[in-house]
Design a protein around this ligand. Structure first.
Ligand code: PPS
Length: 288
């Protein structure tokens, strides 16, 4: 298996090479009525939301959530790597309704999601913390090209040449269609501020009415510490030759504002300029 292959374009989107090579299967994926999709720009809280939704669907039963690693319970739609089952292969073996995750932008999601009116939970996170998290993820996961220095990665992120392309288009495009497509649009920072409130929003959206003690249980099972200690949630079952958690753990900091310990004053200036320009045509705002 080639280590750190360069990204490949799928239409206008730079993508992990192995994912791009499997694109035809992704494009033709048949979503079914009732399938539930968690979509995010990378490093915005996908794994956290996946664990929450899986628990909500199973009435907060921890035992059920221990039935397999998070990437088995919630397959990653566009995932592909040599000698591993693809996300599509996993999904095709599951009986609908299925829970799955993706990082694809609105315009590249397989048509079937729209045709079948599938519910979508979208999670967004402030881009400075996304960038920091993404940088460390690039360092530890050899599926990505070498990120270079933090400064080099920051400029790639601003240019939209990192995997999954421009952050701003991703978050704005889902924001624009959230009402017309019945999308639950949530924020990572809100999940940190009041996790139980956000769990309740998820429950309401998917039509699950669970008692408060179960909500509390779900919250306890999905704290950063609980997930970091849980081999079924912390990606520790992935070989270190693919994800080297000694370089950077998958569950790294789990907080907001870590960007402050990474950005120089000059980088803040460049990034704020980028943010102002990109977000001038939307009422979507982020908490830094
Ligand atoms: S991925 O690879 O794109 O699917 O990554 P994703 O899961 O979207 O994002 C990873 C970041 O989410 C943090 N995380 C959490 N934060 C708080 N609480 C919980 N329970 C939690 N679970 C995951 C994870 O630590 C990554 O953020 P950073 O800033 O790198 O710590």
């Amino acid at each position: 298996m080639a280590s750190r292959p360069p990204l490949k374009m799928v239409g206008d989107l730079p993508l992990i090479a192995y994912f791009a090579d499997n694109w035809e299967n992704v494009e033709n994926f048949q979503a079914e009525e009732g399938d539930l999709l968690i979509d995010t720009y990378p490093k915005s809280g996908t794994t956290w939301m996946s664990e929450i939704v899986d628990l909500v669907l199973h009435d907060g039963e921890n035992k059920t959530s221990q039935r397999g690693a998070i990437f088995e319970r919630v397959p990653f739609l566009e995932f592909a790597m040599p000698d591993m089952p693809t996300g599509i292969e996993k999904l095709n073996k599951m009986k609908p309704p299925r829970l799955m995750k993706s990082h694809l932008p609105v315009h590249l999601l397989p048509e079937s999601f729209w045709e079948k009116n599938c519910k979508i939970i979208y999670v967004a996170r402030n881009p400075k913390d996304v960038l920091v998290s993404f940088y460390h993820f690039y360092r530890m996961a050899i599926i990505h090209p070498d990120p270079g220095t933090f400064d080099e990665f920051l400029h790639q992120f601003i240019k939209g040449t990192v995997s999954y392309g421009p952050w701003a288009d991703h978050v704005k495009d889902f924001w624009k269609i959230r009402h017309q497509r019945d999308i639950l649009y949530l924020f990572y920072e809100d999940m940190l501020e009041d996790p139980k409130r956000e769990i309740r929003k998820v429950m309401k959206y998917i039509g699950k009415d669970l008692p408060e003690d179960v909500v509390e249980k779900i919250h306890q099972h999905t704290t950063f510490k609980a997930m970091k200690d849980n081999p079924m949630a912390n990606y520790s079952t992935i070989p270190s030759s693919i994800m080297d958690q000694t370089i950077s753990p998958f569950l790294r900091k789990g907080t907001w504002g870590d960007w402050m310990s990474h950005f120089t004053v000059a980088q803040i200036e460049v990034f704020d300029e980028f943010y102002k320009k990109e977000m001038s045509d939307t009422d979507l705002t982020f908490c830094f």
